[in-house]
Design a protein around this ligand. Structure first.
Ligand code: NAP
Length: 283
């Protein structure tokens, strides 16, 4: 079964990666070393996670060649304006100890997104980046930027899981050849996902856990996943999700869990969004 997916510029990206949000900087090197040792070859970090150095250190010590590894990072909104965007990309390169980033994303849809996106386009043209895209861009913001920019986003990384598989966003994104990466693919443990009766019951048919069924449901729709765990055995479990195929019936049953809205971040509530914008700008 396929372990990678092809982005709209021909770049191959692993379907399963390892995310390091909320992995504290002191623990990141150990966690990423564990993830690489159990077979992950894609790591998702961000300027705002303050742990790009840990990712770079773990890779350097792993002995894995650069072309075997897929590194994603994200430009933070406080770096969107003016020259800061380009400078922050160079700083990410230094922290990751690499001369190119495989995938670079705008982290949030606020602020001077167009300036920052142009800086990412320039970085792509300069060979510092292999693919660019966005994160947390919903319908109008996504369409605006995808229509306006020369280089169409390769990825939109948004909250997606069995309780919100982003069916509408999948359709909108596909018009630009943009693929989705699911952040929070395990819903950060919400809604009893790890013991969910339907997911557990389907899991018994394949010798898999509810978490593994939840992850496979996404990759089977060609959605990239970047589950986070600080535990090695869970890292192994989350990676071991591509060796079986859910039936059409099972996919339809799981689709009925769709609540029609994200659980973790609510970008559609104006007041919440304004509050979030203020908090995020403080970083
Ligand atoms: P997640 O992967 O859905 O869930 C992580 C939680 O699930 C952790 O508490 C982890 O606990 C637990 N867990 C993981 N695997 C498990 C398993 N097999 N069984 C039981 N528990 C398990 O949530 P996330 O970390 O928010 O999202 C994943 C990645 O997406 C992040 O690390 C980050 O790279 C990215 N992300 C991006 C954005 C964005 O704005 N672009 C936002 C959030 C996240 P332990 O660590 O204790 O195992």
């Amino acid at each position: 079964m396929e372990k990678t997916t092809t982005l709209n510029n021909g770049v191959e990206m692993p379907l399963v990666g390892y995310g390091v949000f909320q992995v504290n900087p002191g623990e990141t090197e150990r966690c990423v070393s564990d993830a690489l040792s159990v077979g992950y070859r894609a790591i998702d970090t961000a300027q705002a996670y303050y742990n790009e150095e840990g990712v770079g250190n773990a890779w350097k010590k792993s002995g894995i060649s650069r072309d075997e590894l897929f590194l994603t990072t994200k430009v933070w909104i406080s770096n969107y304006e003016g020259k800061k965007a380009a400078e922050s990309i160079d700083l990410s390169l230094r922290k990751l100890q690499t001369d190119y980033i495989d995938l670079l994303l705008l982290h949030q849809n606020f602020g001077d997104c167009y300036n920052a996106y142009r800086a990412m386009e320039d970085a792509l043209k300069a060979g510092k980046v292999r693919a660019i895209g966005v994160s947390n861009f919903y319908f109008d913001r996504f369409t605006d930027i995808a229509d306006a920019m020369d280089i169409k986003p390769a990825i939109n990384q948004i909250e997606a899981h069995v309780f919100c598989p982003q069916k509408k966003m999948q359709k909108v994104a596909s018009k630009y050849g943009t693929k989705l990466t699911a952040w929070g693919p395990l819903a950060e443990g919400r809604n009893g996902i790890f013991t969910h009766p339907l997911l557990s019951e389907i899991g018994t048919r394949y010798g898999k856990t509810a978490a593994q069924i939840a992850l496979r449901y996404l990759t089977q729709q060609d959605i990239i996943i970047i589950p986070k765990s600080t535990h090695k055995e869970r890292m192994i479990q989350n990676l071991d999700t591509l060796d079986f195929e859910l039936s059409d019936n099972e996919m339809a049953e799981i689709s009925r869990l769709d609540m029609g809205h994200p659980l973790i971040v609510n970008f559609f509530d104006g007041e919440a969004r304004m509050g979030l914008q203020q908090i995020l700008k403080r970083f």
